[in-house]
Design a protein around this ligand. Structure first.
Ligand SMILES: *Cc1c(COP(=O)(O)O)cnc(C)c1O
Length: 428
């Protein structure tokens, strides 16, 4: 396989774009090699500048549940584009998409649209703080909620502490209100409530996808609900990744716990930049212009983005067996990978829910960020490079989630497993 054109394009990009990429995860830093520059996508496939073709398990990091260049979404977008790209005034498409989403969740009366997952979470947290008149928030080690300042706090392993910023440029004054707890560890959350009487909300990925794929224990989520109710804090489910992906109703279709606010992104825009957050009217009505909590956006609810989101969600709603089909493929893939690894004496921890899957090069089950960090990232890097050579595009980090699209056939899954047998042999 040649990567000459990608290598050249990457060199040029680095001269004018920091690191040559507009989002750091694209840079292949942890697996080595050059990021592939993409010419186009076709269904399940990604095609790079050198005309190499890959079965794509990244799907733009989640949004493309129907694969690349889905005809229905394409048509809806072209139709919208012809009427103008943006008005800065309301359109009926926003109400239609909002109604569709609210119809799924009995506890969700209203949603507001923004342009990214980062914005959705940032706004939901501001709303939670405004609604509760409290400042502190609890987040979990290894959960990612976008790159806004007060959420850019990750794992300080060990004791539960007030967070330290994990990036220069974020003043400690801004993150001192972010308390860190351990995923799937209710004791660490209780500790936070002991340390602060000022907790506005708990934010969690109910199915974590940003420390690798780590679903929450059902009981853990229920206990979070109980703690929030006891202390007058809001529970926020960040379903930017799991929304419409893990099941039609995201994590809420799988767990019984009902959050106060939910954030969406990725699939909700069908490949266009859309985010959203929603909840009960009692909370949502605190937003400007009806309430005092300010939140705004020039391109929020953009008509072209709404058209893509609607075309994507309407297809998902119509297709009652979609998630069952996708989960069957996801489970077959991870079980196949696990067995293939075992033949070469490599132990994988695997998991799949709906169209999301993950695998850790790890001897022990992964329940939290500390467990995830014990994975063998060198093995992962070798796997990634090997699979790329074989024509299979996996996320370029051990700590990401994989995605199945409806454009993928059973045969592609089997081919992936066949290739993996070969690659695992090489690694071992
Ligand atoms: C991707 C992601 C975000 C951030 O969304 P962007 O659209 O990249 O800003 C937030 N939360 C979770 C759970 C995500 O997976």
């Amino acid at each position: 396989m040649h990567y000459d054109k990608s290598i050249k394009a990457y060199e040029k990009a680095q001269n004018v774009i920091p690191g040559g990429v507009d989002s750091p995860v694209r840079a292949f830093k942890s697996v080595g090699g050059t990021p592939l520059f993409i010419k186009k996508g076709e269904g399940a496939y990604l095609i790079d500048l050198d005309n190499n073709r890959y079965v794509d398990y990244v799907q733009s990091w989640g949004p493309l549940i129907f694969g690349h260049a889905n005809k229905t979404i394409e048509k809806a977008v072209i139709k919208a584009v012809k009427k103008g790209l943006s008005f800065g005034a309301p359109t009926k498409a926003e109400t239609k998409l909002a109604s569709l989403i609210c119809s799924l969740f009995p506890e969700m009366d209203k949603v507001r649209f923004v342009s990214s997952g980062t914005e959705a979470v940032m706004s939901a947290i501001r709303l939670a703080r405004g609604f509760t008149c409290k400042d502190d928030i609890i987040k979990f080690e290894g959960c990612y909620h976008g790159h806004s300042d007060s959420l850019l706090v990750q794992a300080g392993s060990g004791a539960v502490t007030f967070g330290c910023p994990s990036s220069p440029g974020v003043p400690a004054d801004l993150t001192k209100h972010t308390l860190l707890a351990k995923y799937n560890d209710i004791k660490s959350v209780k500790e936070c409530f002991k340390n602060s009487k000022n907790i506005a909300c708990i934010i969690i990925e109910p199915i974590a996808g940003n420390m690798g794929f780590v679903p929450a224990d059902p009981k853990f989520l229920q206990e979070l609900r109980t703690l929030c109710d006891k202390h007058g804090a809001l529970l926020i489910f960040d379903e930017v990744m799991s929304g419409f992906r893990a099941s039609l109703k995201g994590a809420q279709g799988i767990y019984e716990t009902v959050p106060d606010l939910v954030t969406f992104g990725k699939v909700i825009g069908g490949g266009m930049p859309v985010g959203a957050f929603g909840g009960r009217a009692e909370i949502m009505d605190n937003l400007s212009p009806d309430g005092p909590v300010y939140q705004a956006g020039t391109l929020s609810g953009n008509p072209v983005a709404m058209a893509a989101g609607l075309a994507s969600l309407e297809q998902i709603f119509k297709d009652e067996t979609l998630h069952v089909r996708l989960e069957k493929k996801a489970k077959r893939l991870v079980e196949g990978l696990k067995d293939a690894a075992e033949v070469s004496g490599i132990t994988l921890q695997v998991n799949a829910i709906g169209s999301m899957f993950g695998f850790f090069f790890n001897d022990k089950p992964v329940k939290n960020f500390d467990d995830a960090l014990k994975s063998n990232t060198q093995c992962f890097a070798a796997f990634h490079q090997g699979m790329l050579r074989e024509g299979f595009y996996f996320a370029c980090s051990q700590f990401e989630t994989g995605f199945i699209s409806d454009a993928m056939s059973d045969a592609m899954i089997e081919e992936t497993i066949e290739a993996a047998i070969k690659v695992f042999e090489e690694i071992a």
